[in-house]
Design a protein around this ligand. Structure first.
Ligand SMILES: NC(=O)CC[C@H](N)C(=O)O
Length: 223
């Protein structure tokens, strides 16, 4: 499987993401710069975390309007898998590829700690390596991760199985509605999540609970 990582000014988790994809698939991803309007043939496009354009206006708002996003929207429409982590999630929401919004954390503080995630839907292209209901460890680091959607949208995404990850009881770090930590689009080929699975993939990280996500998306064995 071929993958690509998007690079934009201000993103700072791209190297972690490149390392995770390389270690898990054995192949380094290609990188895509903000001005690119055509994306080569890949199976998975990843928008990593960070502070694109300094988080000015709203997190992800400027990035969502860069030329590369139009190319990503076209690829997503063709069924290519797209993963957005943290700022990547915010960008996907701002680009209209995912429902809802990410507001300032309820605490109004930047939160950087480990939480627990429940795998709510283990039947997606991103979560097959996990068991339904499995609890996994995962780090978070953000100030705008408070997931919000209006009632109709919430009912729809919950009913469709689009809520893929939830913060396990007592670990919601930001006030997200329904403890939502990760959602997909209706088709299931675009996933956005606030926690950082790329930062928990090997012993040096203190655990490897994040591996399953990349193994699923890259279609390789998790171990
Ligand atoms: N680690 C990140 O990607 C941070 C995302 C975003 N800049 C925020 O703080 O909410």
């Amino acid at each position: 499987m071929k993958s690509a990582v998007v690079q934009l000014p201000g993103l700072n988790r791209d190297r972690d993401m490149i390392a995770a994809l390389t270690k898990i698939s054995g192949k380094p991803p290609m990188t895509i710069w903000q001005t690119e309007t055509e994306i080569p043939d890949v199976d998975l496009i990843v928008i990593p975390g960070g502070f694109s354009y300094g988080d000015y206006l709203r997190c992800g708002a400027i990035a969502a309007r860069m030329p590369v996003m139009q190319a990503i929207i076209e690829k997503a429409a063709k069924g290519v898998k797209v993963l957005g982590v943290c700022n990547g999630f915010q960008i996907l929401v701002e680009a209209g590829l995912l429902p809802g919004a990410l507001m300032r954390n309820a605490s109004l503080k930047f939160v950087c700690r480990e939480i627990k995630l429940e795998v709510v839907n283990a039947e997606t292209d991103f979560t097959r390596a996990y068991a339904q209901g499995q609890l996994i460890r995962c780090p978070v680091a953000h100030h705008d991760g408070n997931y919000f959607a209006d009632e109709a949208t919430l009912t729809k995404i919950e009913g469709n199985g689009q809520v893929v990850f939830r913060y396990a009881e007592g670990t919601n770090p930001n006030g997200s509605l329904n403890d939502i930590a990760g959602v997909t689009n209706e088709k299931g080929n675009v996933l956005g999540m606030m926690p950082h699975p790329e930062n928990l993939i090997e012993a040096a990280h203190g655990g490897s609970d994040g591996r399953g996500l990349f193994a699923s998306a890259l279609d390789v064995v998790a171990a």
